[in-house]
Design a protein around this ligand. Structure first.
Ligand code: NAG
Ligand code: NAG
Ligand code: CA
Ligand code: CA
Ligand code: CA
Length: 499
């Protein structure tokens, strides 16, 4: 017996029975759970690819201590031999681990020498290799008839070596622009086969630089539901009418998260959210659309049963135009014209309007006088254009009759014989610009006087207004336009209450 053995013997006597056993080859360095039972030998190594093992063969991550006494493969008396027992159907630990005694420290080590993919090829847990368990037989070289058996557990620690993967990509959805805010348009899902990091994939929308669809949608970070964040607008979307959202899934690794991106295409379809509008050159525009459309016509040019001729206000083109309108929803383009009302009221049935398709989304109105009445200066027709969709939005244009065309025929009005004398008395005989028969000379004179007076007052007002505005500011033209809009608005308001 050598001196070290003697020393150990003394230590063993001092510290109890167990320590005496510990010095024999093949004995455990740790106590078992009960007296005289052997402990389970538990070791832990990280999963690794072959490239990682080749690069860092001596990394502490890929080895752990085998806490047995003896020198593996060494000579007696300390020498021991180890044998992994068992029939392995899937992964044989003998293929991936080696036991060796570290020369310098004399420690016994378990080393990972071949790649182990802890996560398996799929996200399912049954192809994961998170633990090797087997029986290890240890025999001292000095007496090979001694066989000591241990239960061994080698845990494979997960490394975040997999990126999340989107399932079911590419993603696309088609939604109507009128879909309520908060509605789910798309569901995405990503899996990460690393465990336990896999259970915590979170989703986000990558902010876009140019086409900012990213702000139009939101994504639930946990369940991957893509929802509408703000009201969509088909008309605002450029070509394609689609948003290309870049979505990201990030795994739950705190220190070194891995993420994957995918593009989801959300196509927006047109919804009926706009009404129709008249259109002609030179109109007053509000947000690009003709506001308070107005036409003039000449009473003396009207012929029974023939389309009336109209001129736009203001008249930039200097010649008659056709009355055109379209629905402002590009894909809901059908509109229909009708006579809404007249001033004086009650003459609607004397006129008819036909709608015909012009070009693109445009439709034209052809207005005719069907039954004979006398139209003179001041008569007004309110022409309605209505969308044919369920919302039935509409817009009104005014046709204002002037008495006489500048280069027109002689006579201040065209006298059209009434179809029925009993037809309409609504306007009354006094100031009406329309009548159902021979207007008396007195009435006509009165109308002329009143009209001249009114014109004079208006001229005065305009002159005063111009004087004031010129003195006040230099933004004259803008101010004028505003003022006209206001006038038009009031006009429309008045007319609609009469309808
Ligand atoms: C070897 O061990 C066995 C079992 O403990 C024992 O019976 C035998 O005597 C030992 N042989 C030697 C040569 O020590
Ligand atoms: C991961 O998700 C589970 C449930 O889905 C949760 O209990 C846990 O706290 C999450 N872990 C982290 C790190 O977020
Ligand atoms: Ca991962
Ligand atoms: Ca992993
Ligand atoms: Ca519409």
């Amino acid at each position: 017996m050598s001196h070290p053995t003697l020393t150990l013997l003394v230590v063993g006597l001092c510290c109890g029975l167990h320590s005496i056993f510990a010095q024999d080859p093949c004995s455990s360095l740790d106590p078992g759970p009960y007296l005289a039972t052997k402990p389970t030998l538990t070791m832990r190594v990280y999963e690794a690819t072959q490239a990682e093992l080749d690069q860092y063969p001596d990394s502490d991550k890929y080895k752990d201590e085998l806490r047995l006494t003896g020198s593996i493969g060494g000579p007696a008396p300390a020498g021991i031999t180890l044998e992994v027992m068992g029939n392995f159907r899937f992964f044989d630990p003998r293929d991936v681990f080696e036991f060796q005694t570290e020369a310098v420290t004399g420690k016994n080590l378990l080393k990972l020498v071949k790649a182990v993919d802890r996560d398996g090829p799929t996200g399912a847990l049954d192809d994961d290799i998170n633990m090797f368990t087997f029986t290890l037989k240890c025999s001292p070289v000095s007496n090979t008839s001694i066989e000591v058996y241990y239960d061994v557990r080698i845990q494979i620690i997960d490394v975040n070596d997999n990126f999340p993967r989107f399932v079911g990509a590419p993603y696309s959805a088609t939604v109507n622009e009128l879909i309520p805010v908060g509605s789910t348009v798309l569901h995405v899902s990503a899996v990460d086969i690393d465990f336990p990091l896999s259970s915590n994939v979170t989703y986000s929308i990558v902010p876009a630089n140019v086409d900012d669809g990213s702000s139009m949608f939101a994504i639930d970070p946990v369940n991957g539901d893509v929802t509408v964040a703000v009201m969509l607008n088909y008309e605002e979307l450029s070509q394609g009418h689609a948003y290309n959202l870049e979505l990201m899934a990030t795994d739950g690794d705190v220190d070194n998260p891995k993420s994957a991106k995918v593009t989801a295409k959300v196509t927006v379809t047109d919804g009926d959210d706009q009404g129709p509008a008249f259109e002609y050159e030179g109109c007053f525009r509000h947000m690009g659309v003709c506001a308070w459309p107005k036409y003039t016509s000449y009473a003396n040019q009207m012929k029974l049963g023939e389309p009336i001729t109209v001129y736009p206000v203001p008249n930039k083109v200097g010649q008659p135009v056709s009355i055109k309108a379209r629905d402002l929803d590009p894909s809901m383009s059908e509109v229909k014209f009708s006579i809404a009302s007249t001033i004086p009221p009650g003459f609607e049935s004397h006129f008819s309007v036909a709608t015909s398709h012009a070009n693109g989304a445009f439709y034209t109105a052809t207005v005719k006088q069907d039954t004979a009445i006398t139209v003179s200066e001041g008569f007004e027709i309110f022409l309605k254009v209505e969308e044919t969709t369920g919302n039935r939005r509409h817009e009104i244009a005014m046709i204002y009759f002037l008495g006489q065309n500048k280069g027109g025929s002689v006579g201040s009005q065209t006298t059209l014989k009434p179809a029925s004398e009993t037809d309409h008395q609504v306007g009354g005989p006094d100031k009406s610009p329309i009548s159902t028969g021979g207007t008396s000379g007195e009435t006509l004179a009165l109308i002329v006087v009143v009209a001249i007076l009114a014109a004079f007052v208006v001229c005065l007002a305009i002159a005063f207004f111009c004087y004031i505005s010129r003195r006040r500011d230099t933004k004259g033209s803008k101010y004028n336009l505003e003022s006209r809009h206001t006038t038009g608005g009031q006009r429309n308001g008045t007319s609609s209450t009469q309808m």
